[in-house]
Design a protein around this ligand. Structure first.
Ligand code: HEC
Ligand code: HEC
Ligand code: HEC
Ligand code: HEC
Length: 365
């Protein structure tokens, strides 16, 4: 009997402790002392370095004949030198199709041909990458992005989403996407369609990401209901898990709405939300007729980008490694870009310019 109790006690201790992570922690404080605005991470996670592939060879000259003149069908990279062009082709092969090689996008008999859909998609991706790097510096700063930031050596990035199938009105009722745990809702029972409600980039359907009402009672101008908070909460959970952070990385839990007590990271995230809409609306959705059926979701739309596509669990993709600086062809001429940058975006949040001066301290335990 006593032995059974001892075994049971040991087993329950083992079960309880499996939930504990025993290795050393690192905590970084983002807000004022006493507000609980800090981030506790396992030290080995905080220190882990992402594998970033080295450039194919030393970055060549930006002088000499332009690729636009040297080749027949160069529509985006025409302004870069011929040597830089070849270097960029070698790099994108390693980032997107390392096993398949050049022929993943090209017919080797005729490099100028656009017969493979992958080449047409890649051209749009080149435009998209240039747009991110030159027009969204309020989000990506001077770090920028490359194809690797999303693709990491795969033809299709690991994290994407598509419009969910419409809920069925069956005998158990329409679930409205609830109780279907998916990565996009942080495996919660919250609605699975939250990204589709906010991040398609279609201004006609994307909802405003605001749920805190300004008035005590609903008015004609303010019809926010409690139901509205569910997909919003799912979106915020998506943001937190994509970046590997808590809500307090951006918000002061005293009040989630005011900008003046939020951290500066929240303003960066605000631009990030608009950038993701721009990516999905202007670039990815435009490839609807280019992608074959197996590259599309159940509603026939291409796979779209979320915060997780670039961030992959880090507050800065690849720990903030400035990889794009080695690839001048991916920055392009800001003047040649479509006028779609944040300048044209709706007014910035109430007071993101003067967010709380957060006292950032790091402690290791
Ligand atoms: C992921 C797709 C992709 C891969 C892989 C790829 N390319 Fe390209 N390639 C493109 C795109 C897109 C263009 C057109 C760029 C533009 O319009 O600015 C292009 C254009 C070219 C051209 C210009 C052809 C012409 O006359 O118009 C050459 C040459 C070329 N690539 C060589 C290569 C080589 C060599 C490799 C392998 C090391 C390679 N490419 C791998 C997508 C790819
Ligand atoms: C912001 C994230 C992001 C960046 C940056 C990005 N891509 Fe993509 N790419 C995607 C997503 C998402 C898809 C999947 C779309 C689909 O299949 O419906 C995709 C698909 C593709 C495909 C189609 C592959 C296939 O097998 O169907 C090619 C080719 C491609 N990207 C090339 C590139 C190149 C080249 C670059 C850099 C110039 C690049 N991408 C940068 C997100 C990105
Ligand atoms: C990386 C930064 C970031 C993280 C982490 C984050 N949020 Fe947010 N949150 C934002 C931004 C930016 C907005 C405003 C979006 C907009 O206006 O388009 C927002 C808006 C909100 C709002 C609506 C405020 C209003 O004006 O109605 C609530 C509530 C909220 N977040 C709750 C949460 C919760 C709960 C978590 C944790 C699960 C969380 N957030 C995590 C950035 C973040
Ligand atoms: C196209 C790739 C890409 C996508 C998609 C993306 N980000 Fe970022 N994000 C970056 C890069 C690159 C940085 C680093 C900028 C720097 O070095 O300061 C960054 C930085 C941030 C930061 C600042 C982190 C810090 O420690 O200062 C926040 C917050 C953030 N992103 C939130 C988001 C949110 C929320 C989303 C989704 C709505 C998102 N990002 C989508 C590329 C991306």
């Amino acid at each position: 009997m006593r032995r059974t109790i001892a075994i049971a006690a040991l087993a329950s201790a083992a079960l309880t402790l499996t939930g504990c992570e025993l290795s050393p922690k690192q905590s970084v404080q983002y807000g004022h002392r006493g507000t609980g605005m800090d981030q506790v991470t396992l030290k080995k996670v905080a220190m882990a370095k992402d594998d970033v592939p080295a450039p194919p060879y030393d970055s060549p000259s930006t002088e000499g004949p332009r690729a636009g003149a040297a080749y027949q069908n160069v529509q985006v990279l025409g302004d870069v030198s011929e040597e830089q062009f070849t270097y960029t082709m070698a790099a994108i092969t390693a980032w997107v199709a390392p096993e398949q090689g050049c022929n993943y996008c090209h017919n080797p008999e005729n490099m100028a041909s656009d017969e493979k859909y992958t080449k047409v998609a890649a051209r749009k991706m080149l435009q998209m990458t240039r747009n991110i790097n030159s027009n969204w510096t309020k989000h990506v700063a001077t770090t920028g992005v490359t194809c690797w930031t999303c693709h990491r050596g795969n033809a299709i990035p690991a994290n994407y989403w598509a419009l969910p199938e419409a809920g069925k009105n069956g005998i158990i009722g329409n679930l409205h996407g609830q109780n279907q745990p998916l990565p996009a809702s942080a495996y919660s029972s919250l609605p699975n369609a939250s990204l589709a409600l906010y991040l398609t980039g279609d201004p006609k359907t994307d909802r405003s990401i605001r749920v805190v009402s300004d008035t005590l009672h609903p008015t004609k101008a303010n019809e926010l209901s409690v139901k509205e908070t569910e997909p919003q909460y799912a979106l915020m959970n998506h943001i937190s898990t994509s970046l590997g952070v808590n809500c307090t990385f951006c918000h002061n839990a005293q009040a989630f709405k005011p900008w003046n007590i939020s951290t500066p990271k929240r303003a960066t995230a605000w631009y990030g939300l608009r950038m993701v809409r721009d990516i999905n609306g202007k670039y990815i959705s435009g490839l609807k007729d280019v992608f074959p059926a197996h590259r599309k979701g159940p509603m026939g739309d291409p796979f779209k980008v979320s915060c997780a596509t670039c961030h992959q669990g880090k507050n800065k993709p690849m720990g903030g490694y400035k990889m794009a600086k080695d690839y001048p062809a991916l920055w392009g001429q800001p003047m040649a870009q479509p006028v779609s940058g944040p300048a044209a975006a709706p007014a910035a949040p109430a007071a993101p310019a003067a967010p709380m001066a957060a006292a950032v301290t790091t402690a290791t335990h």
